[in-house]
Design a protein around this ligand. Structure first.
Ligand code: NAD
Ligand code: DAU
Length: 351
C-alpha cells in the first residue's frame, strides 16, 4: 500500500485529487492535512470523509511538531504539496501570509520529509516529494511562444514570487541533499469546488445573482484553461513515474482571452438558467496591478515522457462546470456567506 501525505486537499484542486485517487486506487492511504482557511471546506470532501483510505487532519503545514508527528505515525512514501494561499488579488493586498504558507510551509514539509527519509547518509528507497506549482512562476508571455520547463523564472505578483521561492527550495533540497523531488507547473484550472474569488465561479455566481461582471482592464489577458480532472491525472502520473529532480509543465493548449470566458458563461446561463442574463452585466473595471498578459504552456515533456494528454475539451468542461455550480447552489450559498461578502466589497469597491 502506498501512503501519501497530501496537503491543502480541502481546497479546489486538492479535493478533486482526493476523488481521483480514491476512484483509481483500491490500496492506498491518503492523509489530508489542511488548515481549513477560507478556501478550504469539508463540504468539498463529503464523498471521501467516510472512506477508510482517506484520513483528514486539520492543521497547518508550517507546524513542525504536527507534521513530523504525522511522518512518524503514517510513514509516508510520498508527499504532494497542494497547500497554498492561491489567489493573486489577495497576494497584492496581503503578501505576508503568502510567504508564511507558500514558502515557510513548503520548507517545513521539506525538512520533515528529509528528517523522516534520510538516514545514515542515504535516502530511503521509493520516496518522493511532489510540489504542485504554477505556470505563473515564468511571468508573462507576449503574443507568441509558450512556457517550457527551461523558460527562466520571472514571477511578478507576490503570489507567484512565493510559489517561485518554494520551487527554488524544492530544487535546493534536491541539489544539496539529493532529495527525490518533482515539480509540476500547471496553467489555470477550472471545474467543481473552485472558490468564487476566481474568474469562472465568480462570473457564474455574479450572473446568477445579477451582479455586475467585473472584467479587469481590456478583458484581453489570456489564460490557458485546463479542466481540473486533467490536472489531477497529470499530478498522479508525475507522482508515479516522474523522473527524479524533474519539472513538468501541465497545460492543454487552450488559451482564451478573459472576455471570451465571460461571454461564454453569459451565453450558457442565458440559455439554461435565466434569459434576462446578458452582456449588459459586463463591467470593465480597473486592471489588476502588475497583471500578467498571457500564459501558455508547452506540455511536450509530460506528453512524451509520461503519456499525459488532456481529456476534456474546453467546450465540454465549461458546460460540466456550469452545470455543477447550478446543481450545487447550497455549496455556493455556504461559501459566499459571511466573510466572502466583506472580501468582495473590499476587493471590488475601488474598481
Ligand atoms: P485553493 O485556494 O482552492 O486551496 C488551498 C487549500 O490549502 C485550502 O484547502 C486551504 O485550506 C489550504 N491551506 C492554505 N494554507 C494552509 C496551511 N498553512 N496549511 C495547510 N493547509 C493550508 O487552491 P487551489 O486552487 O486548489 O490550488 C492548489 C495548489 O495548486 C496551490 O499550490 C496552487 O498554487 C496550485 N495551482 C493552482 C492552479 C489553479 O488554477 N487554481 C493552477 C496551478 C497551480
Ligand atoms: O495560472 C495558474 C494560476 O491561475 C494559479 O497559480 C492561481 O492559483 C490561480 O488563482 C490562477 O491565477 P489567475 O490570476 O490567472 O486566476 P484568476 O481566476 O484570479 O484570474 C483569471 C483572469 O481573470 C486574470 O487575467 C484576471 C482576470 N479576472 C479575475 C477576476 C477574479 C477578471 O478580469 N476579473 C475578476 O474579477
Amino acid at each position: 500500500m502506498k501512503r501519501y501525505l497530501i496537503t491543502g486537499c480541502a481546497g479546489f484542486i486538492g479535493s478533486n485529487f482526493v476523488y481521483h485517487m480514491l476512484n483509481k486506487y483500491k490500496d492506498i492511504q491518503l492523509v489530508n492535512l489542511d488548515k481549513l482557511t477560507y478556501a478550504g471546506n469539508l463540504e468539498n470532501l463529503k464523498g471521501a470523509l467516510g472512506d477508510p483510505r482517506h484520513i483528514f487532519v486539520q492543521g497547518d503545514i508550517c507546524d513542525r511538531e504536527l507534521v513530523s508527528g504525522l511522518f512518524e505515525k503514517y510513514r509516508f512514501d510520498c508527499v504532494i504539496n497542494f497547500a497554498a494561499e492561491s489567489h493573486v488579488d489577495r497576494s497584492i493586498t496581503n503578501p505576508e501570509i503568502f510567504v508564511e504558507t507558500n514558502v515557510l510551509g513548503t520548507v517545513n514539509l521539506l525538512q520533515c520529509a528529509k528528517n523522516a527519509w534520510y538516514e545514515g547518509g542515504r535516502w530511503a528507497v521509493g520516496k518522493k516529494f511532489l510540489q504542485v506549482s504554477t505556470d505563473e512562476v515564468y511571468g508573462s508571455l507576449g503574443e507568441d511562444g509558450y512556457f517550457m520547463e527551461t523558460t527562466p523564472l520571472c514571477p511578478h505578483s507576490p503570489y507567484s514570487a512565493s510559489k517561485t521561492s518554494a520551487d527554488l527550495f524544492v530544487m535546493a533540497f534536491h541539489d544539496t541533499y539529493g532529495m527525490p523531488v518533482n515539480i509540476t507547473r500547471c496553467s489555470n484550472n477550472y471545474g467543481p469546488y473552485q472558490f468564487p474569488e476566481k474568474l469562472i465561479p465568480l462570473m457564474i455566481n455574479n450572473c446568477k445573482t445579477k451582479k455586475g461582471l467585473p472584467v479587469y482592464g481590456d478583458g484581453m489577458n489570456v489564460r490557458d484553461w485546463l479542466y481540473v480532472e486533467d490536472h489531477c491525472k497529470a499530478i498522479d502520473m508525475v507522482a508515479q513515474g516522474g523522473r527524479d529532480g524533474e519539472v513538468y509543465n501541465v497545460g492543454g493548449h487552450n488559451e482564451k482571452p478573459n472576455i471570451f470566458i465571460v461571454k461564454t458563461i453569459i451565453k450558457e446561463l442565458h440559455d439554461k438558467y435565466d434569459d434576462t442574463i446578458d452582456e449588459s452585466l459586463i463591467q470593465y473595471v480597473a486592471d489588476r496591478l502588475g497583471h500578467d498578459r498571457r500564459y501558455g504552456i508547452d506540455p511536450t515533456k509530460i506528453r512524451s515522457e509520461l503519456g499525459w494528454y488532456p481529456e476534456t475539451p474546453f467546450e465540454e468542461g465549461i458546460v460540466k462546470t456550469i452545470d455543477w455550480y447550478l446543481a450545487n447552489e447550497e455549496w455556493m450559498q455556504h461559501v459566499t456567506s459571511g466573510d466572502y461578502q466583506k472580501y468582495y466589497e473590499e476587493m471590488y469597491k475601488n474598481k
